[in-house]
Ligand binder design. Structure first.
Ligand code: 5GP
Length: 662
């Protein structure tokens, strides 16, 4: 399969006989839809005819728009005929033609005689009304007030001012605001900067400094956004019983329109409109609209790849002639953004099913994605966190159920072996697996145990309940040293959870300080009840960290520091402790050897390799649970980075699973 890309419409090029991607999701089973058919000549004739009509009408509209109403200013009329004439420079002829009443203000504006009379008769009418009001009023003060107004209305200066005001307001309502000359002010700006790069002249340097000024750049950006909206328009007309829509869009160079097309017999139909593109922003192109023409070029009968090539060359004003979709446009519903954390890596270039690879959004496990459209349940539209400012066009990502179904299909064989494991490890899971065999109705529910995306929300930790910090990493990666350093530097800020043990207390040890000393049976009961985050056996004694011990530290207002194995992460996450998980990764093998040697530790090559390999495995299997990663290349720098991350929890909200906040 060959892929191709256009700035505007993006479409997968299919090899002959190979099913088309866009069609595979949007129009299942329509294998014949890509087959090209000859132009439909009757239709084309009608369209040509219609186009001619539109052209004439547009010419007419255009003329009408720029003609100056004879009732308005002669001066402006003159100006429209001779644009070089300055408004402060009236001609002699003009002065002569201007009505006498306004000569004192003539340099500003002049009125035709009939218009002037109309204005003055309005004033006379007002005076009559006021006279009548005055007679009706009983108290002398009110009569006096009306008298004052009447005196004002008869004053020469007032009458002139009123006449000018009326003329101007009439003028303003007739002359439409200036149309933008370009929607690419930013591009032009960059082009000028490129040209000026080699310039050593004073003026060149000055202009360059002006153009790189952030305020000016922001102004250009704002201009282009407004200009695109100004130049976008739509008109709907009936032609031979068919409703056709004429849509004018602005397409900047190198800026995608953000839509896809598909062939439907010999028709070219808008298949998908992507959020953030010019097509979506204009609101004028809809999924299902048939494109008849683009800038007068007939489109019906063309293969989508031809449309793609055509649009790639086009920019500026694009005029689309469309047959609007007969399907009722869904009522515009407020799209709520859903924030998710991805639990799988995704590369659209590896995905056979993505409707359009070029619009696919690649991401990695652990990335936060902002899903802005789920209109197509199979292909959501999303931005990667942080990308939304410099990447206006959203990308396609597999929808949750769609991805779960794919994962489930992929796992069909491995699932059998997991089923065995499930029976040993988790009775809940084996029940689920049994249900899967007996019922197909609950298919979606059954896929819920396949992790694809987790909904996330922003959470700002309260000052008196700090999130526990869980340090994760392979032995010798230095996480334990980092924890010790934090505890020794700020013991009033950080603390560890007091562990439980079944061994006997030593002489200096006090229950609840070094350990909670408990009987083996009490420990095992708590373990079975799921009260421990982690546990282990050492020299026939049980040891473990309980959730309650962590909670005790949290309630004391201090930050609980935990060093955990990755297998404890799931339990910790399902508690309500809202941990912040930091992965401490080892540096390169050589650097690790040097660091350990500095600490007086000599380790074998195999051990070094094992540390690196363990870290890699942890990263592959658990990176989606890590809130941050620190590569421990330099212990001091790693410590500073750790402090920075911990401090950030006080100042910035962080993404946490939405389920934690329910
Ligand atoms: P000790 O009995 O000498 O205090 O500790 C014996 C071992 O138990 C040490 O290796 C120590 O790291 C480990 N240990 C202490 N507390 C815990 C705990 O909460 N969980 C686990 N898994 N091991 C612990």
């Amino acid at each position: 399969m060959i892929t191709s890309h256009t700035n505007g419409y993006v479409q997968e090029a299919s090899a002959p006989g190979v099913s088309h991607r866009e069609r595979a999701v949007d129009c299942p089973g329509q294998e014949g839809s890509l087959i090209k058919s000859p132009h439909c000549s009757v239709h084309m004739e009608r369209i040509q005819h219609y186009h001619e009509e539109l052209r004439k009408r547009r010419e007419g509209d255009h003329k009408g728009k720029h003609d100056i109403d004879p009732n308005t200013s002669l001066r402006l009329k003159k100006l429209s005929q001779n644009p070089k004439m300055g408004i402060d420079n009236p001609t002699f002829e003009e002065k002569e033609k201007a009505p006498k009443e306004v000569t004192s203000l003539e340099p500003v504006v002049a009125l035709s005689g009939s218009s002037l009379c109309a204005r003055l008769s309005e004033l006379e009418e007002l005076l009559q009304v006021l006279k009548w009001v005055q007679q009706c009023l009983m108290d002398s003060q009110s009569q006096q007030d009306v008298e004052t107004i009447m005196q004002l209305l008869t004053k020469e200066e007032f009458r002139n001012a009123y006449t000018i005001y009326s003329a101007l307001s009439q003028q303003m309502s007739r002359v439409s605001p200036t149309s933008p000359l370009t929607v690419q002010a930013q591009d032009l700006c960059q082009e000028v900067q490129r040209v000026l790069q080699t310039s050593q002249q004073k003026e060149g340097l000055e202009l360059s400094a002006l153009l790189t000024n952030p305020h000016l750049q922001a102004l250009m950006q704002a201009h282009d956004i407004v200009a695109v909206q100004e130049l976008t328009e739509e008109s709907v007309t009936q032609y031979l019983g068919e409703t056709v829509k004429l849509v004018r869009l602005q397409k900047a160079r190198d800026t995608p329109l953000g839509a896809t097309v598909r062939n439907d017999l010999d028709n070219v139909v808008v298949s998908r409109v992507v959020k953030g593109g010019a097509a979506e922003r204009s609101g004028l192109l809809s999924e299902g609209d048939e494109i008849l023409e683009i800038n007068g070029i007939p489109i019906r009968g063309k293969h989508v790849n031809e449309v793609h090539d055509l649009l790639q060359e086009m920019h500026g004003t694009l005029t689309f002639l469309l047959i609007p979709t007969s399907h009722n446009k869904p009522a515009p519903h407020r799209q709520t953004v859903m924030h998710v954390r991805a639990y799988f890596d995704y590369d659209p270039s590896d995905d056979l099913f993505v409707p359009c690879r070029e619009l696919g959004l690649s991401f990695q496990k652990g990335d936060i994605l902002h899903v802005i459209s789920q209109d197509d349940p199979n292909w959501w539209q999303a931005y990667r966190d942080g990308d939304e400012d410099n990447q206006p066009l959203a990308g396609l990502i597999p929808g949750k159920s769609f991805q779960q179904q794919r994962e489930s299909l992929k796992k069909t064989i491995p699932d059998r072996s997991q089923e065995q494991q499930g029976k040993i490890w988790c009775s809940k899971k084996s029940k689920k697996l049994r249900r899967k065999n007996t019922s197909t109705l609950n298919r979606n529910t059954d896929h819920d145990d396949i992790l694809t995306y987790e909904e996330m929300s922003l959470y700002h930790q309260p000052a008196n309940r700090k999130r526990p910090i869980a340090l994760i990493g392979p032995a010798n990666s230095g996480y334990d040293d980092l924890r010790r350093r934090l505890l020794s530097i700020e013991p009033e800020k950080f603390a560890v959870a007091v562990p439980h043990t079944t061994r006997n207390p030593r002489i200096h040890e006090r229950n609840g300080r070094e350990y909670h000393f408990v009987s083996r049976s009490a420990f095992e009961t708590d373990l079975a009840a799921g009260k421990f985050i982690e546990s282990g056996e050492y020299e026939k004694n049980l040891y473990g960290t309980s959730m309650d011990s962590v909670r005790h530290v949290v309630n004391s207002g201090r930050i609980c520091l935990l060093c955990l194995h990755t297998r404890s992460l799931q339990v910790l996450r399902s508690s309500n402790l809202k941990p912040f998980v930091i992965f401490i990764a080892p540096p390169s093998q050589e650097r690790l050897r040097t660091l350990l040697a500095t600490d007086g530790k000599t380790v074998k090559l195999e051990e070094l390799k094992e540390v690196i390999e363990n870290a890699r495995e942890m990263d592959v299997n658990y990176s989606h649970f890590f809130d941050a990663t620190i590569v421990n290349f330099d212990p001091d720098q790693a410590f500073q980075e750790l402090r920075r991350l911990i401090d950030k929890l006080d100042t910035e909200p962080q993404w946490v699973p939405t389920s934690w906040l329910c």
